[in-house]
Ligand binder design. Structure first.
Ligand code: ATP
Length: 407
């Protein structure tokens, strides 16, 4: 089914809203004096609350430069197309010259990171990528290296594209399809929680599909480490229409923000719009905080019940508050899911992206692929070390490199 013309929100519009708020939040690190608060009294932080608990950024440029030089460098890849954009730079489809493998290379501009004092967050994303190499629905890091001006994260290329891209073309997903994606995302979130990591930025753009139609959760740029059990944090970040009310209001929050995020994404998969949607963004934020959840007919009772429980404003009563993923797994909406089989990727995906090969770009929004690739990217740039600990090469790749490259 093609998305209906009467739809109020196009992919581009939604991306616009998302980018606006994400940039605002990342760029400005919203404080109570920020103009958004002047417009939105209802978002004013409670007195005495710190808006950013990650504010004491480490100044990496002051640290000693002991970074080992990676065996893999920018010049080992052909940068073919832009496949995504983010707040610190772009993501490229690139081909590893040595063996012809396609990767998604996320390139971050150091000057932007430093000017926004986001060194700590970037290193956090890197650490999370290293900690989570073994989950089937989390993107895998293969290499990371740096030049004087940029950081490079070489990731699996999820050639099935963004879930958002498919959703906007189909308007809504049927329940079996929504259930499959929601279950895979829930598994990934539960795994992160088991490592005391809160994902915090769940949105359909960060849920990608691999070539076989399984979920690949990407972008750990807003993860928070060290949130143990039911302990809480207060940083204001994430994407507004998927943000839990306690995050918007800068109250304490915990890992249950991710279950709210899952509820928001599931709502969008089933109804075509995030919950509490309003074309006026201030109204939408108000709605998230105050408006009762109205679930229209057209989806099953089990789905509506799950949405109600995930989108509970009281995080202590939200589904997942007590036993995390286990609580979701036993909800009737997921009763047909065999969780072990899901993890083993034995359940056939409900949709298989049509692809001509591993470097296929047909599921990537042309808005990205039309952006020119900077010529300078693949050039042998001056090596950099201002982000100690960033350089990484996957174990089996080390031996591959040593064997095949004579190092
Ligand atoms: P944001 O500012 O939204 O947090 P970011 O700078 O952290 O973004 P990502 O979200 O990691 O960047 O990537 C931006 C986009 O690039 C994603 O939404 C997705 O479309 C694309 N992308 C990222 N990683 C991959 C991947 N491994 N395979 C395919 N596409 C990817």
């Amino acid at each position: 089914m093609v998305k209906k013309a009467k739809a109020q929100v196009t992919y581009a519009k939604m991306k616009g809203i998302v980018s606006y708020f994400t940039a605002l939040m990342k760029d400005k690190k919203l404080g109570s004096s920020h103009s958004i608060y002047q417009q939105m009294d209802f978002l004013r932080p409670e007195s005495g609350l710190s808006v950013d608990d990650g504010a004491a950024a480490i100044c990496y440029s002051d640290l000693p430069r002991k970074e080992p030089q990676s065996q893999v460098s920018v010049a080992d890849f052909d940068y073919l197309k832009v496949i995504g954009t983010g707040s610190f730079g772009k993501v490229f489809l690139a081909k590893y010259r040595e063996n012809g493998t396609y990767y998604a290379v996320k390139v971050l501009q150091k000057d932007i990171i430093l000017s926004r004092k986001e060194e700590r967050q970037v290193m956090c994303e890197h650490r999370v990528l290293l900690k989570t190499l073994n989950h089937p629905f989390l993107v895998k890091l293969h290499f990371s290296f740096q030049t004087k001006d940029r950081l490079y994260l070489v990731l699996d290329y999820a050639c099935g594209g963004e879930l958002f891209y498919h959703l906007q073309r189909e308007w809504v997903f049927g329940e079996p399809r929504a259930r499959f994606y929601a279950a895979q995302v829930a598994s990934a979130l539960g795994y992160l929680h088991s490592l005391n990591i809160v994902y915090r930025d769940l949105k359909p753009e960060n849920i990608l599909l691999d070539s076989t139609g399984h979920v690949v959760l990407t972008d750990f740029g807003l993860c928070k480490e060290g949130v143990v059990g039911r302990s809480t944090t207060r940083t204001f970040c994430g994407t507004p229409q998927y943000l839990a009310p306690e995050v918007l209001q800068q109250k304490e929050y915990d890992r249950t923000v991710d279950w709210w995020g899952l509820g928001a994404v599931l709502h969008e998969m089933l109804y075509g719009l995030p919950p509490f949607y309003n074309a006026d963004r201030l109204e939408m934020l108000k709605n998230i905080i105050y408006q009762p959840l109205v679930l229209k007919p057209g989806v099953s009772n089990a789905a509506r019940d799950l949405l109600k429980r995930l989108l509970n404003r009281d995080r202590t009563k939200r589904l997942g508050a007590k036993r995390d993923l286990t609580e979701l797994q036993s909800h009737s909406f997921f009763s047909s899911i065999q969780w072990d089989e899901l993890l083993a990727k034995k359940i056939p995906p409900p949709f298989i992206p049509s692809l001509s090969g591993p470097g296929d770009l047909s599921n990537i929004d042309p808005r990205f692929t039309e952006i020119p690739v900077p010529q300078s990217l693949g050039a042998c740039e001056e090596y950099g070390a201002t982000f100690p600990g960033f350089t990484y090469i996957k174990e089996n790749m080390t031996s591959l490199s040593a064997e095949t490259r004579g190092h």
